[in-house]
Design a protein around this ligand. Structure first.
Ligand code: SF4
Ligand code: SF4
Length: 278
């Protein structure tokens, strides 16, 4: 049977907030029973865009991570709910029943992704429904996906075997897989949010110019783990390095110049080593 999945490309998200606002437009002032009561005007972020700044000036990157309910196949929220107040549909969508969940404020803390929000006025926990009321009318996507101008969001209605093929082919990942909730939201280019980089640039001191084509090797415990070549601005960057990994050593070589080594401490965050003069 086909189930609903959401694929989010972190590299395409520019934090425009159209997804967040279209969610508000769909749900504020609108009860979509039996799936949801109206979202309050303030406080809720059913599509929560998280932000992370990497590096130091001038090598700075910002990654944006849209985080809705993950519609998990092993949902912690469902285990914590009383009276069957949270259930999983055959099409993969996880729903909080707004009647049965009345008063169950504890459910806000039951989601390890922080995807459940408390509606004080109605005394009900709430979250993203994948706009199931629209999907049941024949829509192919929720409002957030429809509103995204960059194609960062893609709704996929597919058999599990088909989505598994895409996960493999496109290197899709779950966010925080260690939570073991088996999300149905998958991320492309997640490394841009979750990992670190080591960057810098190389210059030729005697000529006062950028070293275009310098060879840079990244070593860990003496072993080369990656190699790159500087561009015409002398820039280089090593991506996808785990937080708290290292220490590292950079080795820079350029024909006619003495090879230079630069130490990089254990990575607490992305690092710009600045200009390496040969
Ligand atoms: S993300 Fe949280 S609220 Fe959504 S299904 Fe998973 S555990 Fe439940
Ligand atoms: S609409 Fe698309 S690009 Fe804009 S914030 Fe949402 S996911 Fe990112």
């Amino acid at each position: 049977m086909k189930k609903w999945n959401l694929i989010i490309d972190v590299a395409k998200c520019h934090d425009c907030n159209n997804c967040f606002i279209s969610c508000k437009d769909e749900h504020i002032g609108n009860d979509w029973k039996p799936y949801s009561e109206a979202q309050p005007w303030h406080g809720h972020r059913w599509m929560n865009i998280m932000r992370r700044e990497h590096g130091q000036y001038p090598k700075v990157e910002v990654a944006y991570l849209p985080v809705p309910c993950m519609h998990c196949d092993n949902p912690e929220c469902m285990k914590a709910a009383k009276n069957g107040a949270i259930y999983k549909r055959e099409d993969g969508i996880v729903i909080i029943d707004p009647e049965k969940a009345k008063g169950q404020k504890d459910l806000v803390g039951a989601c390890p992704y922080g995807a459940i929000w408390w509606n004080d006025e109605k005394a009900v926990p709430q979250k993203c429904t994948f706009c199931v009321h629209l999907l049941e009318e024949g829509w192919k996507q929720p409002r957030c996906v429809q509103a995204c101008p960059t194609g960062a969001l893609e709704m996929v209605h597919a058999e599990d075997a088909e989505i598994q093929k895409r996960i493999k082919a496109e290197e899709l990942e779950a966010y925080l897989p260690e939570l073991k909730t088996k999300p149905r939201v998958y991320y492309k280019n997640l490394y841009r949010y979750t990992t670190c980089f080591v960057a810098g640039n190389v210059a030729l001191q005697d000529k006062d110019e950028c070293a275009d084509g310098a060879k840079v090797t990244l070593r860990s415990s003496g072993k080369a783990i990656d190699k790159t070549v500087t561009n015409n601005y002398g820039d280089f960057k090593f991506d996808r390095l785990d937080e708290n990994s290292g220490p590292y050593e950079l080795e820079v070589s350029y024909t006619g110049y003495k090879t230079k080594k630069v130490s990089v401490e254990e990575l607490k965050a992305s690092v710009n080593v600045g200009t390496i003069f040969l």
